[in-house]
Design a protein around this ligand. Structure first.
Ligand code: IPD
Ligand code: CA
Ligand code: CA
Length: 255
């Protein structure tokens, strides 16, 4: 089966598991001061890997909950539930995020919100899609036309003040700054053109791998917060419709 189809199928299977748990009873553990993991995160990661491994037994994995193993040339980057804090509280903004990296290039990616039934996907060079329909970034030319997104990393001492200063400065210039709580969907909201820019410090490869490709394939620009072309390991990210990129960067402090 085609690699993207497998990513999409794995997302849909994970979605079934997440919805069985969602707003029900499950265990929640702390991985850090405010960093949660639930039974659903663990079960989703296992399911995603089993769907992928049955088609591509020689590929490796980097998963948020179970770490990295196998091939470093061709590996899948998996966030089993992105937006776990939302999920644990019963907020319906979370997603499964899956991307395939081959020889350091992201070749395909899928992000699925199973509650809203929104499946975003992209293959390198072939455009980005939401539920099979092509998507593209907005055409907002000025900050005053824009709706922006940010996120607050778990490393509060290192990044909260920087994020809050940027929000304080940007919200005077744009129509609003949102904090939705799932990085993968934040990338996709810019890709879909319903938001115009998104920045966040201290993200991990599984938060961003699928989102980077989906945003670029929809015509968006993805850099780090210094303005350099982003990779899955950049750590801090600015995603925009391109037109607003430099204007947003002016408000962001180097990490
Ligand atoms: C988190 C979410 C959140 C972002 C954090 C991420 P998780 O991922 O994407 O929006 O602000 O930085 O770590 O822990 O829910 O998979
Ligand atoms: Ca995540
Ligand atoms: Ca996660």
């Amino acid at each position: 089966m085609n690699e993207l189809k497998v990513a999409e199928r794995a997302c849909v299977e994970a979605g079934k598991i997440a919805l069985k748990y969602f707003r029900g009873k499950f265990n929640v553990r702390l991985k850090g001061a405010v960093d949660l993991v639930t039974d659903a995160d663990i079960d989703c990661e296992k399911k995603i890997k089993s769907v992928i491994a049955s088609e591509f037994p020689n590929h490796g994995f980097i998963g948020e909950e179970e770490g990295a193993f196998g091939s470093k040339e061709s590996f899948w980057v998996i966030d089993p539930i992105d937006g776990t804090t939302n999920f644990a509280h019963g907020v319906d903004y979370f997603a499964h995020s899956i991307a395939l990296v081959k020889n350091s290039e992201i070749v395909c990616g899928a992000v699925f919100n199973p509650v809203l039934k929104k499946l975003y996907s992209a293959q390198a060079g072939k455009g980005a899609f939401l539920n099979g329909k092509k998507i593209s970034v907005s055409k907002a030319p000025m900050l005053r036309d824009s709706l922006l997104i940010t996120g607050f990393p778990y490393n509060i001492p290192a990044y909260d003040e920087k994020t809050l200063r940027a929000v304080g400065s940007l919200k005077k210039q744009c129509q609003g700054v949102r904090r939705f709580g799932a990085a993968s969907l934040d990338f996709c909201s810019v890709a879909e053109g319903i938001c115009d820019g998104y920045f966040e410090y201290d993200l991990r490869p599984w938060d961003v791998a699928a989102g980077i490709l989906i945003a670029r394939e929809s015509g968006g620009k993805v850099t780090d917060i210094n303005g350099a072309e982003a990779t899955i390991n950049s750590g801090n990210f600015l995603v925009s419709n391109g037109l607003l990129h430099e204007k947003i960067l002016e408000h962001l402090e180097a990490p």
